[in-house]
Design a protein around this ligand. Structure first.
Ligand SMILES: Nc1ncnc2c1ncn2[C@@H]1O[C@H](COP(=O)(O)OP(=O)(O)OP(=O)(O)O)[C@@H](O)[C@H]1O
Length: 235
């Protein structure tokens, strides 16, 4: 039997306003299978962030359904949504939002702490493994202020992965980095995707980055206007 897709959106509509209603998403249908590495592109104001917030269970559609690993999220209360979010989703933002008073290791453990309370040894081991994977094993005890921008973003990536999410949502993950660092961070995401078959959806304005994804979903005026799979890249 085919596994449930990681994500399925059915007829997602989003409207803002009460007296004057603005429709921002016009019935989005979208499926992401496990292991996909997809870019979400489109002009400013086209609805990418709105869509990402709905997929990330941070906002609810006006109508339509969002299913994560086959689970219908419609009708779940805020607590259930928060639990599902913590278990299933990882978030990477343009600005890393690391906590300056905590070390890199503590920052990576933070989502696990929020979920399970006091840190246990397994959590610590997992966080250290992830820091090693993003090339920061030696910097586990450093505070964010002692790390470069690229290193800080790599800590944020490790933090996004600590709960082994089925789907990682990245909003302009390299938007705040210089070109060289940006390419390295992107390659790291690619590597994690290939190695762990973790699914990624990446909002980007950078056409070169989109070209290096396996699938490019383009949104214009709240509609998916194209959804194409790229031939596999060699490297
Ligand atoms: N809370 C809100 N209330 C009213 N309108 C909103 C709200 N949030 C977003 N919008 C409108 O919805 C549309 C889509 O916005 P959204 O932020 O999703 O676009 P985007 O594609 O992510 O843009 P950008 O690339 O500039 O981040 C815009 O016209 C925006 O003004």
């Amino acid at each position: 039997m085919k596994p449930e897709p990681v994500l399925r959106l059915e007829g997602v509509i989003k409207e803002y306003g009460e007296e004057v209603v603005t429709r921002v998403l016009h019935g989005i249908d979208l499926t992401l299978e496990q292991g996909e590495f997809a870019a979400l592109i489109g002009p400013s104001g086209s609805g990418k962030s709105t869509l990402l917030n709905i997929i990330g269970l941070l906002d609810r559609p006006t109508s339509g359904r969002v299913l994560l690993q086959g689970q219908d999220t419609r009708g779940l209360d805020e607590d259930s949504l928060a639990r599902l979010r913590a278990r299933t989703l990882g978030f990477i933002f343009q600005f890393h939002h690391l906590m300056p008073a905590f070390t890199a290791l503590e920052n990576v453990m933070m989502p696990a702490l929020a979920e399970r309370g006091w840190p246990d040894e397994r959590m610590r081991t997992r966080a250290l493994e992830l820091l090693a994977q993003v090339g920061l094993k030696e910097r586990a005890g450093a505070h964010p202020g002692q790390l470069s921008g690229g290193q800080q973003q790599r800590v944020a990536i490790a933090r996004a992965l600590v709960m082994s999410p089925a789907l990682v949502l990245a909003d302009e993950p390299t938007g705040n980095l210089d070109t060289g660092t940006s390419a390295q961070v992107f390659e790291l995401l690619r590597h994690i995707n290939r190695e762990q078959r973790m699914t990624f959806l990446i909002v980007t304005h950078d056409p070169r980055m989109a070209q290096r994804c396996d699938r490019i979903i383009e949104v214009v005026d709240g509609r998916i206007v194209s959804d194409r799979r790229e031939p596999p890249h060699s490297g």
